[in-house]
Design a protein around this ligand. Structure first.
Ligand SMILES: Nc1ncnc2c1ncn2[C@@H]1O[C@H](COP(=O)(O)OP(=O)(O)OP(=O)(O)O)[C@@H](O)[C@H]1O
Length: 317
């Protein structure tokens, strides 16, 4: 194997060291370092514009880093891009299939690019199309495909040369349920068979169910890197209480109540963050009584993953 051998004997599939990329003076990726072990599913999460796609594009040799370096399966992606690219596959953020070719023609084009044996490529293409629910559409032009069908085809194209490592940028974003299910099943099967997977996603639930470890990126930097269970625990500690009164209330007065982490005004209601819903509800009832106010609405919604995600990453730079 050509992978970088680590102290514990495991190979590392990806070694990123202080990667940097600046666009017109703006640091899209601002010193990112991490390593991904062979056989791992590694998730890259972050809000829009965090720098995830830019990182993937540097790791896969699409754009050159301004600083730092990346080794993919032991090959420096800038110095030895061809050797590296033979061993990984990419499902990019935007479709890279030719719309005026059929699904089969797109796959055979990829087979040619990788110099694959024609009959072996044909067998693999047929198997991948079947596994991804596209067998019946193989001779149809891609231009008539739905977004989910295109994404499934792109995954088949990325897997044709049997890569050891697969990069996926938002693989299920905006897809229908069936496509999402087929793609996630395929990723699980691939990983069970030993393929290393690196994926970017906005979807915390997807990351939780699929990934061994996740890195959270914000404003060009990694702000957390951990097993998803830890992130789940952090989410579970976060609760929200929404309350509306029939009169004016000062933010400072609410923030001073017991159990309240923060209180933000949204229209006519207050959105309160807390780790202890019971204490906050009791405090709010006492507060309203003391101030001569009526509580006109009180909700304790479960935190959405988006909220939890923002909390985990806010104020970190
Ligand atoms: N080619 C480019 N030219 C100029 N700015 C760019 C370019 N590519 C990315 N950026 C900027 O770099 C920042 C990071 O973008 P990037 O696409 O890497 O984020 P992201 O985390 O993948 O976001 P999203 O989830 O929206 O895809 C953004 O502010 C983006 O506008």
């Amino acid at each position: 194997m050509n992978g970088v051998r680590e102290r514990d004997g495991a190979e590392s599939a990806i070694e990123a060291a202080d990667l940097r990329k600046t666009f017109n003076g703006f640091a899209a990726v601002d010193g990112v370092s991490f390593s991904v072990r062979e056989g791992e599913v590694f998730g890259f999460l972050g809000p829009n514009g965090a720098g995830k796609t830019t990182t993937v594009r540097m790791l896969t040799g699409v754009i050159r880093p301004d600083g730092g370096s990346a080794r993919i399966l032991g090959h420096d992606i800038v110095r030895a891009p061809v050797q590296a690219k033979q061993r990984f596959g990419v499902v990019p953020e935007t479709t890279n299939a030719y719309a005026d070719l059929t699904a089969w023609q797109n796959l055979m084009l990829v087979a040619g690019l990788y110099g694959l044996d024609r009959s072996r490529a044909g067998e693999r293409a047929a198997a991948l199309l079947a596994a991804l629910g596209l067998s019946g559409r193989q001779d149809d032009r891609v231009q008539g495909f739905s977004k989910g069908m295109k994404q499934r085809l792109i995954l088949a194209m990325a897997l044709l040369h049997e890569p050891e490592l697969l990069f996926l940028d938002e693989p299920t974003s905006g897809l229908d349920v069936q496509s999402t299910h087929l793609i996630l099943e395929m990723l699980r099967d691939l990983n069970a068979a030993g393929t290393t997977i690196f994926l970017t996603t906005h979807n915390m639930e997807e990351a939780n169910s699929l990934c061994d470890r996740v890195a959270i990126m914000r404003k060009g930097r990694i702000v957390a890197l951990d097993a998803p269970e830890r992130l789940k625990m952090a989410i579970e500690r976060l609760h929200t209480v929404e309350v509306s009164f029939d009169g004016q209330v000062e933010a400072g007065a609410l923030a001073a109540l017991s159990g309240i982490v923060s209180a933000d005004r949204e229209g006519d209601r207050w959105v309160i963050a807390t780790g202890d819903v019971d204490a906050v509800v009791r405090a709010l009832v006492g507060f309203a009584g003391g101030e001569g106010l009526r509580i006109v609405r009180l909700n304790t919604p479960a935190p959405t993953l988006d909220e939890a995600f923002l909390r985990l990453t806010e104020g970190t730079r």
